[in-house]
Design a protein around this ligand. Structure first.
Ligand code: 4NP
Length: 164
């Protein structure tokens, strides 16, 4: 469908939707705003697990993000499944376990939409955004570093492919 009639729909997915994917949601959405692309790209996020549905992002996630200028407090965790993957144009997952789950829950026609988010940050050695939930402050900073790099790469990709 042409860019003038329908925005590109990006869905970020992790396990709990309280640490990594809300960070990606807030960081990429801010980039969309600062690049003047509101209305051309829509951003959503969700978790493959349902333990935290309805909760705001983890307080540590919010605090680290806020220090870099990202406000995540309005987000609420949701569990995502096949219908969400059908609606999205790109399903960007944080690790290979997320990728397997998303592929299992996707209709065959939607499977190719799922990609590791760090595919868009080829300069990083890592291919996965490590889960910071059980670790220390450095893990949350690493999530932000990786997500900022991949967000820039994703926007570059969308421009290069003519999606926006
Ligand atoms: P996330 O981190 O997938 O980056 O949101 C997690 C948050 C919570 C849990 C696991 C991962 N949990 O098991 O509750």
């Amino acid at each position: 469908m042409s860019e003038s009639t329908r925005p590109v729909q990006v869905l970020f997915v992790c396990l709990g939707n309280i640490c990594r994917s809300p960070t990606a949601h807030g960081v990429f959405e801010k980039l969309v705003r600062t690049e003047g692309l509101v209305g051309r790209i829509t951003v959503r996020s969700g978790g493959t697990g349902g333990w935290h549905v309805g909760e705001p992002p983890d307080p540590r996630t919010q605090a680290h993000a806020r220090r870099r200028g990202y406000e995540l407090g309005h987000l609420r965790a949701a569990q995502v499944g096949g219908r969400d993957f059908a609606r999205a144009d790109l399903v960007l997952v944080m690790d290979r376990a997320n990728l397997r789950t998303v592929e299992q829950l996707s209709a065959p026609a939607d499977r190719a939409k799922a990609r590791l988010f760090l595919d868009f940050a080829p300069d990083l050695a890592a291919r996965e955004v490590p889960d910071p939930y059980y670790g220390g402050d450095d893990g949350f900073e690493r999530v932000l570093d990786f997500v900022e790099a991949a967000s820039r790469g994703l926007l570059q990709h969308l421009r290069k492919t003519g999606a926006v």
